[in-house]
Design a protein around this ligand. Structure first.
Ligand SMILES: *Cc1c(COP(=O)(O)O)cnc(C)c1O
Length: 435
């Protein structure tokens, strides 16, 4: 049955006001709820797995700030670490011991990187990693995959061109065509296409970049064998392999997708979880490759607020919890049980929807296909069903990301009761979507 619409009166008022200040009323486009029903909800506070909006509606949150909140909202250890730092100053623009501490925590528990550089966002991490790859190889072109998102730097706002040419087309106004010409975009899971690129642009490819597990355009889980192919072909052509682990880093495990595949990429990028909810990004590599970053090397990269002490304190508190034995195993088995129950319900009711999952990430795909591994396999028309499901979920107190292309996240703060409540709500909402 359709649930009664929740009140969005205050949110609507705030949104009208926000439109006077921000393009589209938001500071990041997907927040504007363009792909789902109704006005965006203005959030007032969060605690554990719960969110409260300006109208006083309460939700169980599966967006988790788009991934960072693997420990839920208002985690006491993170809060205390931040509070302890507050009295000491917010920023110095000089080194602090906190940066050492977070770096040590990461590097001593991650065999894939020897040195790291902290920045302030995932976009900045990836942009810097691309520059490092270009500086290191003395080559200009990069290869990315349709269906992977790597932040909004110019080189990466490029989509597959139409026709046979592999040159990318800009996916945003304002990106010079000459930049897009340096980015080659091909489909995921297509070995022949990449082999052709390495023939056509012999000795010109600085790097191939892929999301650890593509999770920004649905959840496009790749076979290990394909990732190994990427490792082999880049190595034999003198190109670098970059894993963009902004989502998968500290999500699939403390060592992210690199450990999941057991494959050593050349450069890794992090964001989202790494700052415990504060704006932190990072990129890392071997000491040899990182030696090319300034001031040691010729690749310039800097940041006024990089390694910000409050953000470092939050990151240390968060990652200390994640580094404890059993953390990821427990979260993954919780997620498995959650997804299995939904799959059983979907099968019983013959609903044309699949749930893909890895670690504590899940994605509802309104499809009859057994597997979805490329962006081209996603039918845009299927998003209509998500739209209905999303509205029904909100009306029943469950918050999912406002687009069917977005994945959901389970946090360690989701209690068994939260998940039981959410399961019932998701089942009801699915039935409405298929009514
Ligand atoms: C979110 C994301 C980014 C961009 O990070 P921001 O912090 O939003 O700049 C880059 N790469 C991947 C894989 C992401 O998921």
């Amino acid at each position: 049955m359709k649930a009664q619409d929740i009140s969005r009166e205050k949110s609507a008022e705030l949104f009208e006001k926000a439109k006077n200040y921000f393009p589209g009323g938001v500071n990041s486009p997907v927040r504007a709820f363009k792909s789902v029903y109704g006005t965006p909800l203005f959030i007032e506070r969060g605690d554990k797995a719960h969110l409260w909006d300006a109208d006083g509606n309460e939700f169980i949150d599966f967006c988790c700030s788009w991934g960072p909140l693997i420990l839920g909202h208002n985690n006491p250890q993170i809060r205390e670490a931040v509070e302890a730092q507050l009295g000491k100053g917010l920023s110095f623009g000089a080194p602090t011991a906190l940066e050492n501490e977070l770096a040590e925590l990461i590097i001593s528990n991650n065999k894939y990187i020897e040195k790291i550089r902290f920045v302030s966002s995932g976009t900045e991490a990836v942009m810097s990693a691309i520059r490092l790859a270009r500086g290191y190889t003395k080559r200009d072109k990069i290869v990315k995959f349709e269906g992977c998102y790597h932040g909004h730097s110019d080189s990466l706002l490029v989509k597959a061109g139409s026709g046979l040419v592999t040159f990318g087309e800009t996916s945003s106004a304002g990106v010079p065509k000459s930049f897009a010409d340096e980015t080659i975009v091909i489909g995921l899971n297509d070995k022949a296409a990449l082999e052709q690129v390495f023939v056509d642009f012999k000795d010109q490819i600085a790097a191939v970049i892929i999301e650890g597990v593509p999770a920004n355009n649905g959840l496009l889980i790749q076979d290990k064998e394909y990732i190994q192919f990427l490792r082999d072909i880049t190595k034999s052509n003198g190109s670098l392999l970059i894993f963009d682990e902004v989502i998968t880093g500290f999500r699939l495990g403390f060592e992210g997708a690199a450990k999941y595949y057991d494959i050593q990429p050349d450069i890794l990028t992090y964001g989202k979880i790494i700052g415990g909810g504060m704006p932190v990004g990072a990129y890392g590599a071997s000491a040899e490759i990182m030696g090319h970053i300034s001031p040691d090397g010729g690749v310039y990269q800097a940041g006024t607020l990089s390694g910000n002490p409050v953000a470092m304190a939050a990151g240390i508190a968060a990652l200390s919890i994640l580094a404890q034995p059993g953390f990821y195993e427990k979260l993954e088995s919780t997620t498995q049980a959650f997804v299995e129950e939904l799959r059983a319900f979907i099968a019983e009711n013959n609903l044309e929807v699949k749930i893909f999952t890895i670690g504590s990430i899940f994605w509802f795909a309104f499809t009859t296909q057994e597997n979805i591994q490329t962006a081209a396999q996603i039918d845009p028309a299927s998003m209509e069903k998500y739209k209905i499901m999303h509205r029904e979920l909100l009306n029943r107190g469950v918050y999912f990301g406002p687009s069917g292309y977005e994945v959901g996240f389970i946090s360690a703060a989701h209690s068994p009761e939260d998940l039981q409540t959410a399961l019932a709500v998701i089942k009801d909402s699915l039935l409405v979507a298929f009514a």
